[in-house]
Design a protein around this ligand. Structure first.
Ligand SMILES: Cc1cc2nc3c(=O)[nH]c(=O)nc-3n(C[C@H](O)[C@H](O)[C@H](O)COP(=O)(O)O)c2cc1C
Length: 343
C-alpha cells in the first residue's frame, strides 16, 4: 500500500507527523518515532524571546499592548533545558537530522520580524529539512486593526523566507476575519505550507485565589471541526501544502483530515496522552481502513470530501448552517401537544 505523500515539496513515507511538542525534544524519542513509522517530526519551538535574550523587549512590547504569553511562556517550564538556549537547540537539530532519515522540521515561534528571524538560517544550516514558523500573539492593543495584524504575519513570513532556501510552513490560528484570504496572502508572501491550526491557550480565572490561570489541556477529537472546515475549504484552492493540526486522538480524525484534503496530519496531544507508540496505532489504523476498502493509496481518499470535490459544497457555508440550526430545533423541541398534556 502506498501511503507516500508530499509535504512542503518533501517526499514523506506517510502523512503522520509527530507535531511540535516536548516529546520531540529528546533524541531517543526522535529515533523511536522514526522506528514506529512517523512520516516526519517537528521539533518543539525555539521562541523569539529565547533568541533575543532580552527581557526588556518583552517589557517594551507589553507597554504597547501585545501579549505574547500564549504558547511561549506557558511552555517554558515544561521544556527541557535546551529550550532556554538557542545553541543547544541547534545541537539537537544537528543530531536529529543525522540520526534519522525522515525529515526533521525545526520550529520557530515568534511575533515580530526583527533580528531573531536570522535564526531560521542557522536552523537550515544545522540540517532542518523545513521550518515551521509558528506566529503567535494576541492583538490585545485595541488600536491594532485586522489589517495591521495580517500585515505583521506577512512581514514575518517574508523576513524568514528572505534568509532561508528550505521550505517554510506557517502555523496560524483560526482568528482572522477571512481565513481563506489570509491563507492566500501568506502563500503570496512565500509560505510553502500552512499548518491549521495553532491552538491558543486562553487564560482561566481561579475563583478561590482570584488569579489568572494559564494551564494547558490536551486537545480532544471534537476540536477537529474548525481545522477540518478550513482544510476542506482551502484544499486544492491554495498553492501550498496543508497540514492538519489539533484534535487527533484516533485514526478517525486522521482519516477525516485526509478526506478533507490535508497533505499531512500532525499529532501532539495523542502522543502525550497515550505514549509515543500511539503513532504506530494511528498508522496501522490508516492501513487497515484503506485495506478494508481495497484502496491502494492515500491519493484515492485525499480531498475526496473537500469543498472542491463534494457534491454539495453548501455543507461548508451558511445554507448548511441555517439548515443545521432548524433541524436541531425540529428534533429537540418538545411536542407542544405532549407537553400540554403533561402539565
Ligand atoms: C505540551 C505541549 C507543548 C507544545 N509545544 C509546542 C511548541 O513548542 N511549538 C509549537 O508550535 N506548538 C507546540 N504545541 C502545540 C502543538 O504542536 C499543537 O499545535 C497543538 O497541541 C494542537 O495539536 P494536538 O491536538 O495534536 O495536540 C504544544 C502542545 C502541547 C500540548
Amino acid at each position: 500500500m502506498n501511503l507516500r505523500t508530499r509535504y512542503l515539496g518533501l517526499d514523506l513515507r506517510n502523512p503522520l507527523i509527530a507535531g511540535a511538542g516536548p516529546l520531540n525534544g529528546q533524541l531517543d524519542n526522535i529515533r523511536r518515532l522514526e522506528d514506529l513509522g512517523a512520516g516526519a517530526i517537528v521539533l518543539p519551538s525555539i521562541f523569539e524571546e529565547q533568541i533575543e535574550h532580552e527581557q526588556g523587549m518583552i517589557d517594551q512590547l507589553s507597554t504597547i499592548g501585545i501579549d505574547s504569553y500564549g504558547e511561549a511562556l506557558t511552555y517554558f517550564p515544561a521544556q527541557t533545558t535546551y529550550a532556554l538556549d538557542p545553541e543547544p537547540y541547534l545541537g539537537l537539530l544537528r543530531q536529529a537530522a543525522t540520526a534519522v532519515d525522515i525529515p526533521i522540521i525545526a520550529s520557530l515561534n515568534g511575533f515580530t520580524n526583527q533580528g531573531w528571524v536570522q535564526y531560521a538560517w542557522q536552523m537550515e544550516q544545522a540540517g532542518a529539512s523545513a521550518i515551521e514558523l509558528n506566529i503567535y500573539f494576541i492583538p490585545s492593543d485595541l488600536s491594532l486593526s485586522g489589517r495591521d495584524v495580517e500585515q505583521r504575519y506577512i512581514d514575518i513570513v517574508k523576513a524568514v523566507k528572505g534568509v532561508v532556501t528550505c521550505p517554510v510552513a506557517v502555523k496560524i490560528g483560526p482568528y482572522f476575519s477571512a481565513v481563506g484570504h489570509m491563507a492566500q496572502q501568506l502563500v503570496h508572501a512565500g509560505a510553502d505550507g500552512l499548518v491549521l491550526f495553532n491552538r491558543f491557550y486562553e487564560p482561566d480565572i481561579d475563583l478561590a485565589r482570584l488569579q489568572l490561570v494559564s494551564d494547558l489541556e490536551l486537545s480532544r477529537p471534537y476540536e477537529i471541526r474548525l481545522p477540518l472546515l478550513w482544510i476542506g475549504v482551502l484544499s486544492g484552492r491554495v498553492k501550498a501544502s496543508l497540514a492538519a493540526s489539533t484534535g487527533v486522538d484516533s485514526v478517525d480524525e486522521v482519516l477525516k483530515y485526509l478526506l478533507a484534503g490535508a497533505d499531512v496530519v500532525m499529532t501532539t496531544s495523542s502522543l502525550l496522552r497515550h505514549g509515543i507508540g500511539h503513532i504506530k496505532e494511528l498508522l496501522d489504523g490508516l492501513r487497515t481502513w484503506l485495506d478494508a476498502r481495497n484502496l491502494e493509496s492515500l491519493a484515492s481518499i485525499r480531498g475526496r470530501m473537500s469543498h472542491l470535490n463534494v457534491e454539495d459544497p453548501t455543507a461548508f457555508n451558511r445554507a448548511n448552517y441555517i439548515k443545521t440550526v432548524h433541524d436541531y430545533r425540529a428534533v429537540s423541541a418538545p411536542n407542544p401537544a405532549e407537553s400540554n398534556g403533561r402539565r
